[in-house]
Design a protein. Sequence first.
Length: 269
Amino acid sequence: MSDPTRPAGPKIIAIANQKGGVGKTTTTINLGAALSEMGFKILVVDLDPQGNASTGLGIEVEDRENTTYELLLEEIELDEVVLPTSTNGLHLVPATVDLSSADIELLSNEKRSFLLHDALRQKAIDLYGFDFVLIDCPPSLNLLTVNAMVAAHSVLVPLQSEFFALEGLSQLMMTIREVRQTANPDLRIEGIVLTMYDARNNLSQQVEDDARSNLGELVFSTVIPRNVRVSEAPSYAVPVLSYDTNSKGAAAYRALAAELIRKNDKLAA
Ligand code: ADP
Ligand code: MG
């Protein structure tokens, strides 16, 4: 990655949408796996107390000794919490349900919005040579998501191809604007990706048309189809790219990774 406008170190992307079940975790895991397949070194930060990204990447609860929670509370350093996963080149900072109380516990901390930012800017991150950090956000616009947006260079928004998909997007955009005005003026929108797209369903097509006419270039050309292999993969604790490498879901996430790299190369040029 050679973006001259960006200081050395990984590109940090927050995967956010305050709606649950839209494909945030699935996109974090599989975009991460697709980028690592391309040879990039990836760190996934699980910032959701549900810990689905940790489970989906094969890290059992009993193996999550240090987590995002201790990292945010400044009890440990980044290098004490990064775990390898079964996907080559893809590491994880796991989360447990402990994180659910962080939102309130951190309120009295005057650096409360900057804790993840500070943790990810530690020297330790350079040791691993990560190219990308992908932050899997909780389904809320709470302090955790704000921490992700303050730490990140950009926000990637998964949008489920169903009725009401665009509702709530204005609230998300407002939060991004607020973060820009206060803590992180350079925060960009990486793009909006349509997930669980069903080509046989008129509604999916309609949501896509709406999204493209309202949001234009922000919407990735790549759409992620609804694909049963994608939903099965987490129960085998691996990305769909290893669970069924020839599936439509795996192909779509490879295409998304390639498109993201093309967009970033264009920005850097
Ligand atoms: P979020 O993190 O936004 O809550 P998830 O990534 O957990 O959403 O996805 C919600 C559910 O939808 C999960 O059960 C997941 O397996 C399923 N899912 C996500 N993307 C797809 C897809 N492309 N095809 C089929 N199922 C999907
Ligand atoms: Mg999730």
